[in-house]
Design a protein around this ligand. Structure first.
Ligand code: MF3
Ligand code: CO
Length: 308
């Protein structure tokens, strides 16, 4: 579906779509509303200026207060501590259940809760995703890390009610050069995305930069899963796609907190969910996949990484 242009009818902005030779109009939602009985703030004015021009803007509830961001920052410190602990301890011959135990013990010792545990029925404290597992792998005693594996460890923490979320790739022993390249390019995709995360830019700036870097290197961007708002809940609006078009998608406003977490496949971008456990996401073609994730906040002047 492609947007041909934006049309203003009686002060309401519509998008004109061409979809299989059919033209249709879709009203762009006015997400931002002035607070009744209060004068417009500078932020209100800037967001409303964009909204009136037809851009998609966030709902006000997606803008975190400095106190909320401080809460997410503290949660993020513990979350980063967990990943540092995994980095120090991960080794060949270890089971993913042992990773899960390290995550659980460190998290509760710091007065926090692993966000995945019992989240929509997820049975463990962390996701561990090896080789052709794209994400949401469930740790198990029977799953042993072996030389040459690449594994994503995705850690999410709740502290004092605030959520943070990050993941890293680990290479177990000697890894084939093409796998190493996949892991490194995926990290670059995340860093390139973070560079595009700034106030008054657009989510599409992030997605398009990630997509072009991945595809330039002969890899593909997973379409079916995305980053997300985070902080007061595990998964909030907006969806943060890792592909797209510059200047499109939601406006980035100071106070927004979300993840960027590109999943990059060596082969095709198609994925499927394991029917037996209902969680594990795998590549259709069986080729490997990598992922890195940060939680970040849009600030007045740029971006702050809250956990990595
Ligand atoms: N941490 C994942 C993310 O980045 C979500 C995992 S949900 C779980 O969004 F239930 F599988 F843990
Ligand atoms: Co996430």
């Amino acid at each position: 579906m492609s947007v041909l242009r934006k049309i203003d009818i009686a002060g309401k902005v519509y998008e004109l779509y061409k979809n299989k030779a059919i033209m249709s109009l879709k009203r762009i939602k006015n997400n931002w509303h002035p607070v009744k009985g209060e004068p417009l703030s500078e932020l209100d004015k800037k967001v409303l200026y964009h909204q009136n021009k037809g851009y998609l803007v966030p709902k006000r509830k997606l803008i975190k207060t400095p106190e909320q961001i401080e809460g997410i920052r503290k949660s993020g410190l513990i979350n980063t501590g967990v990943l540092d602990l995994i980095a120090e301890n991960i080794h060949v011959g270890m089971s993913t259940a042992e990773i899960d135990k390290l995550v659980y013990d460190y998290t509760v010792a710091h007065g926090a809760i692993p966000a995945p545990l019992n989240y929509e029925g997820f049975p463990k404290s962390v996701c561990t995703s090896i080789n052709d597992v794209v994400c949401h792998g469930i740790p198990s005693e029977d799953e042993i890390l072996k030389e040459g594996d690449i594994v994503n460890v995705d850690v999410s923490t709740i502290f004092d009610g605030y959520f943070s979320d990050a993941s890293r790739m680990f290479m177990i022993g000697e890894v084939k050069p093409e796998l190493k390249k996949l892991v490194e390019v995926t990290k670059e995709c995340l860093e390139i995305g973070v560079k595009k995360a700034k106030p008054w830019g657009f989510l599409g700036d992030i997605g398009s930069a990630i997509q072009s870097h991945a595809e330039k290197n002969g890899f593909s961007v997973v379409r079916d899963l995305c980053g997300h708002g985070v902080g007061l809940e595990f998964h909030e609006e907006p969806d943060v796609e890792h592909f797209g078009k510059k200047g499109k998608g939601m406006l980035l406003v100071p106070g927004m907190v979300f993840t960027i977490e590109p999943m990059i496949n060596m082969g095709d971008y198609d994925v499927f969910v394991d029917e037996e456990d209902g969680w594990t996401v795998l590549t259709d073609d069986g080729l490997p996949s990598a992922q890195w994730e940060y939680t970040l906040a849009i600030t007045e002047t740029g971006v702050e990484i809250l956990t990595y």
